[in-house]
Design a protein around this ligand. Structure first.
Ligand code: ADP
Length: 363
């Protein structure tokens, strides 16, 4: 999704794709292993700036790029925080930013102690490699994550899990901002994200009833994170709005993020274009919206036979006001294979239209 934005900006984009047939390979110059420093250095030889569409590029590869004089945005220091949920909690706490009560737990006994101190329940997370709720478990005893304790020891070092209070939240929100190396920073409206089974299902922009204090608080938090961690590019700050009116940070993503897909069709500058502007240190684009409401609904691979492409003609015919983005991914049940966005003046109508279209594309 960065490719059309690059074309429109007149920026030449080169892609290093993981394997043939990945969406990024639609325009790939190179297929190669992003965990191999020499492959990435070779790829980076004649680019001005390197950026990412995920956070999993190892630190030694990032450092090798920096040592070779390649501008890496966001930089290794910022990415290290996004790559590891324990370091994220540590750093955000150091910055004095609001996070759920948390602890680093190295043994089942330490976890049981945390559970006992938090009403008999905790959320346990593997620090690295989780996504879409994989690596997140609500537990009432350490035995429920026994196998995680068995596998976390890395390189003979004692490993650790992240234990958190089970936050009672009213809803989940996300604040997207973009920051360029010169320090310019902009925010899109605060959005509400709806998760089903740990996977983002829809996003409402702006978050209903968020104008004023709530939006200001979320904006202040996201600016403090972007500046405190010196993030360059798009930063998504996932938040909990708690039942007792606190706003807590759950997760950070330092790249265009699912919570910002709506901006491609709902805002003056979409997140992919903004990410490119930011990492290239170009002036950032406006973040105003085209309509009072934008609703994005993910299209997931379903149990039915047939691909998204098979269903597309009929679904397009039924929903001419909805914008489709198909990712060219082979469908697996539950896998995000595309999304739709609807915009308009009446929230109920916009939600109805986006959900109806997504259901038809999903099959
Ligand atoms: P992932 O990195 O896999 O997306 P997250 O840490 O964002 O994992 O957690 C996935 C979902 O689990 C969140 O969107 C939220 O719904 C729920 N969750 C995570 N942490 C907590 C918590 N401390 N309290 C309550 N729910 C949580």
């Amino acid at each position: 999704m960065m490719i059309p934005a690059a074309i429109e900006l007149g920026v030449e984009l080169r892609v290093l794709a993981e394997t043939e047939g990945m969406s990024a390979a639609l325009a790939a110059d190179r297929v190669g292993d992003y965990t191999d420093a020499s492959t990435v250095l070779e790829f980076a030889r004649d680019v001005d700036v390197i950026t990412f569409d995920h956070e999993h590029v190892p630190q030694d590869v990032l450092r090798a790029l920096v040592d070779a004089g390649v501008p890496v945005r966001p930089g290794p220091g910022a990415l290290a925080i996004a790559q590891d949920k324990l370091r994220m909690r540590e750093r955000l706490s150091e910055l004095g930013l609001p996070v759920p009560d948390w602890a680093r737990v190295e043994t089942p006994a330490e976890l049981d102690e945390f559970i006992a101190a938090h009403g008999g329940v905790a959320v346990v997370k593997t620090p690295r490699g989780g996504y879409d709720g994989k690596g997140v478990r609500v537990v009432r005893s350490a035995g429920e994550v026994g196998e995680w304790f068995a596998t976390i020891a890395e390189d003979g070092q004692p490993g650790a899990l992240l234990a958190e209070e089970l936050v009672e939240f009213r809803r989940e929100l996300a604040q997207l901002v973009a920051r360029r190396p010169s320090g310019e920073i902009v925010a899109w409206p605060l959005v509400e994200t709806v998760q089903v089974g740990g996977v983002c299902s829809e996003v409402i922009a702006p978050a209903p009833k968020s104008a004023g204090r709530l939006a200001d608080r979320a904006g202040d938090i996201a600016f403090a994170v972007a500046e405190g961690l010196e993030v360059t590019g798009v930063l998504a700050v996932e938040l909990f709005e708690t039942v007792d009116d606190r706003v807590l940070i759950n997760e950070l993503a330092m790249r265009p993020h699912n919570s910002g897909h709506w901006s491609m069709d709902g805002a003056t500058t979409g997140q992919f274009e903004q990410h490119l502007r930011a990492v290239l240190d170009l002036p950032l684009g406006g973040t105003g919206t085209h309509a009072p409401w934008a609703v994005m609904v993910n299209i997931l691979g379903g149990p039915e036979e047939g691909t998204l492409a098979d269903r597309t003609p009929a679904a397009l015919a039924g929903h001419p006001t909805v914008k489709l983005h198909a990712y060219g991914k082979s469908p697996r049940p539950g896998r995000k294979v595309g999304h739709v966005t609807a915009i308009g003046a009446d929230l109920d109508d916009v939600v109805y239209e986006a959900r109806a279209a997504a259901a038809e594309f999903q099959g």
